[in-house]
Ligand binder design. Sequence first.
Ligand SMILES: [Zn+2]
Length: 327
Amino acid sequence: MPRTPPSSAATDAAMSEGCVVALDVGGTEVKGALVDRSAYPVHAESRPTNRQAGVEAVVSAVEAFGAQLVERAGGDRVRALGLVVPGLVDSRNGVARYSVTLGWRDLPLRDRFSASLGLPVALDHDVRAGALAEGLLGAARGCGDFLFLPVGTGIAGGMVLDGRPYAGSGTAAGEIGHTPVSPAGERCTCGQYGCLEVYASAAGVVRRYVTASGTSVNGPDDVIQRASSGDEVAARVWGEAVDALATALASYTLLLDPDLVVIGGGMAGAGQALFGPLGDRLRAGLAWRPPPRLVPAELGAQAGCLGAAVVAWRLAGAPLEGDSDAR
Ligand SMILES: [Zn+2]
């Protein structure tokens, strides 16, 4: 758990106000937590998503997980439940519109979970919720304009504009992974060509290295290691990944003028091998203005779950300390 536990007295005091259940449904695992009023996860666990079992089986299993967390907390101590999922999410109407990863369309998850668990339920988007958590509890504390950019198997963006996560007109804002960085480039899983994700996601870096070299590798870190050890193919693939990220971030910066870019996901672990050249290339791509600061995310894999807790506490009418923008 990346967060420092509060003193037991503080936890007792926070738990006297009850807790919320937070659930973060991902493609491979579902993370669940009981989060107190100090934003500390007093209990956290994860389970496999088993998405091959089908949509109804996945949703039923998440519902059962939520019910068990409620029971563990002692039932009436639970104030609300926050549920975050990937894809297109209409948080206003509580509907999971579409997810390629989980294979669902138009699921009214908020009302379903609220009816079965007997709790107020907030449904939100996993990356926007992660951005909310990084802004309140993590690397972007005190920053009103930033991009939360998890770079992992895919690339998504949680845009925070003027202190609020921005969903766009059709809840599809932030799909920076599918912005074109090389219009005549390689085909993406989305059907377009030359998307950022093709070049700079963890999966993209590995796939492009394996294709170019004929050598198998153990993840993107292995490619980065080879690049720094003189492997020319690895250096080219990694250089193109950094260039693609810099191109996309230059466009974002010129349009939206962020103060900060918070890079999360597995790739953030690359450290200086990523942040050094990316900062240089972003600066070079912005002739007349300074680049935003680039920082690693602080909440790691817990960002989505903590974001679910933030929206649940808002719904409970008791926003977390410092959450001045609760609506
Ligand atoms: Zn794409």
